[in-house]
Design a protein around this ligand. Sequence first.
Ligand code: RUQ
Ligand code: CUA
Length: 687
Amino acid sequence: MALNNRNFGRTKAIVAFLLVLLLAVGLFASCRDQQEPGSEQLEESGISSDLAAIAEARGLTPDDVSAALKTYTPSGTHDEYILFASGGHAGQVYAIGVPSMRILKQIAVFTPEPWQGYGYGAKGSMEVLAGGYVNEDLPLTWGDTHHPALSETGGEYDGDWLFINDKANARVAVIDLRDFETKQIVKNPISLSDHGGTFSTPDTEWVIEGGQYAAPLGWSYSSIENYRDDYRGMITLWKFDREAGRIRPEESFAMELPPYWQDLCDAGKLVSDGWIFCNSFNTEMATGGVEKGEPAFESGASQRDMDYLHVINLDRAVEVAAAGNTTEVNGFPVISLDTALEEELLYFVPEPKSPHGVDVTPGGEYLVISGKLDPHTTVFSFEKIMAAIEAGDYEPDEYGVPVLNFDSVMETQVELGLGPLHTQFDDKGYAYTSLFLDSAVARWSLGGPYADLNDDPDWTLVQKTPVHYNVGHLVAAEGDTVSPDGNYLVSMNKWAVDRFANVGPLLPQNFQLIDIANPGATMQLLYDMPIPDGEPHYAQIIKADKLEPWEVYPEVGWDPITQSVSPHATAAGEERIERDGNNVEIWMTAVRSHFTPEHVEIRKGDHVTWHITNIERAYDATHGFTIPAYNINLSLEPGETETIEFEATHDGVFSYYCTEFCSALHLEMTGYLFIEPDDSQAFSESD
Ligand code: RUQ
Ligand code: CUA
């Protein structure tokens, strides 16, 4: 059979390729430190002169060739990991294969996206987007995505859900990893600004959204003169209902915090499960006004040597909220700062100096915090924090929040370099910290329970690798779980400068893949990947085999928002058009290569409700559907039913057609929408 022949041919090709690989890896391992093109060594060792010639012709060093061998992913083979990366102010999320660094999908989240039919008429997606509006009069068509969080079970990514925040408007989105589509956007009811989100608790009961720029809670107004009294920070805990696949705003709550600018958060895990950690900057409470001769925020917010890590007792906060010990802001339950103090929910730990990331070690024992203006990374001990709380080893700050004694809770400080930001972990007792000002990634060894996992001295910088340039976040494989994998690290660089061909003054971002598998070897830079979109903030990398997305929707007539069969599912032969006064309802099917019906006749002024079912069951047999002039474009994946609703405000003849090249007769997959004038005016005059 043809299939078997093809498989046999492929097996032969793979065997041959592996042989070449083995030879090449062995050869290049022996000349690892050579930086000059390696063709002579290649030929001396008697290996294929073809490969040597290619390397020479392309000017490749042995390191280059080994990087190519480690990342090359032959056609038809799949990546070991999937990276979910924020698309920054493009408002989207990227799914990227690792180690190939091939873009697999851009998932539309806060920004309408026509290929996926997201926000161009499909009713479900329009409602998802509208769910995140601050105000119906001010539709939002973008977001600033920062931190994607995979759902977890027992502290391990489970591959079911993905969450992400919108810093610009303080919103949180829920993406279903069965179909990689956004199902829900919730607007934060008390804040217009967030940053410390999203982070998942170890069993995804709660999705964390920490605030950023303090303001009066509930989107209200107060003059900047009243900053200390009226402006506040916040943290919001969104309850996630796994069965429904939705955040439950009615079971969620927030906590009022002092008007420091809360920054990154992380959930405790294992020994620290049930606690949340968020750092902050601008504990100076600088209020800006450089144009009035006041110190600019950048200097005003950088005066103090210490800012505050917020240590929040989540388990107890949940009880306090459940007991109704809250006040309502914009209809949303908020634990007031007074209540948080009475109930002993909130403590501060001094942290140097204008910190950015807070990262909890895999076992939950330590919190790693880097001060942007301090060359050290500071490690705090959860055990020592608990002991200091127990012993009452603290002094109140201006708002009465207990500030623990720094020396009592600090485990150690490790000098890493300039501008340390974020930290990730591997399976061999190392931490990896991004150094923004150095444009480097530092590998350093952990101590405590991690000490025996490697031979390096505890809490010590081991190695630095330059990256290009201005690294923000970095992400390691399964790096936020209780059992990181190591293997790969991606450095998410804000600047690309000279790394790619010049495409004009707006440059792509640069993701750099780094091999961290071998603790004895230097970290090896493997691949530069341009991201032609918003600034990369955070990402998470999951083992690909944990994801089980559908190939086609489970049944024909599937509504991807409810994830069940739509009441408007239409089978072949059931297509029809019904009129009730000015309301016209259409049930249409799509299959290669026609829509049924092909003529839709309505009148100007009609209200149109139009259901389309893709009745295909074949993998990848997606159809599109567009109506000119009405800003409508759908993507109908196999089995999917979509509904559009619009007012026929303009008459004319509109040829709707399939926007996915689905078949040889794709161009014929079309039809006419006739909108008859209510009088004899033509389309151009019908306004
Ligand atoms: S950010 S580059 Cu997480 Cu929003 Cu640090
Ligand atoms: Cu269906 Cu093209």
